[in-house]
Design a protein around this ligand. Structure first.
Ligand SMILES: [Zn+2]
Length: 157
């Protein structure tokens, strides 16, 4: 953050994992401090993690400024055992930071089946998405995935 009179610049600074190089992602440039929410300024000043991550995952904006945006991000899938007598499971996703994860890839990973099997099940109506988007699309926040069939319970218990 750099303040020049009433105008401020805010960057997100990326450190290279291979060398000492850094790259600055401009979040705000020469913006009058009075035009920014004071809570947000406070968050920038405190290097608030949620705020930082929010800007760090603006993949489309980053791609316009940098050719080497890598969205191959390591993530961990934690499954909890499910007690269910029903033959369907609905999973609601909380996906705050977009990194281009595909729905079919995620489902394949959750249920330990191939991606082509996931696509087949989707075509046959055994997997429903709400909102009703294509399974080959990227995961969106608040997506609900309902999987129907005895096998899905078996896969999670
Ligand atoms: Zn480097």
């Amino acid at each position: 953050m750099n303040a020049n009179h009433k105008n401020i610049d805010i960057w997100l600074i990326y450190n290279c994992i291979h060398c000492d190089g850094t790259w600055n992602y401009p979040i705000l440039s020469r913006v009058n401090i009075n035009n920014i929410d004071s809570m947000l300024i406070q968050k920038f000043m405190n290097n608030d993690k949620e705020t930082t991550w929010y800007y760090a995952f603006q993949i489309k904006k980053l791609r316009k400024l940098c050719n080497d945006v890598n969205t191959d991000i390591r993530y961990e899938l934690r499954k909890e055992k499910v007690d269910s007598l029903s033959n369907e499971i609905t999973i609601r996703l909380c996906y705050k930071y977009d990194f281009g994860l595909r729905i079919d890839k995620l489902l394949a990973e959750i249920f330990g089946i191939s991606r082509s099997k996931v696509n087949k099940l989707f075509e046959n109506g055994a997997i429903l998405l709400n909102p009703n988007i294509n399974i080959k699309r990227k995961v969106i926040d608040n997506l609900q995935m309902t999987v129907i069939g005895d096998w899905c319970i078996v896969a999670l218990t």
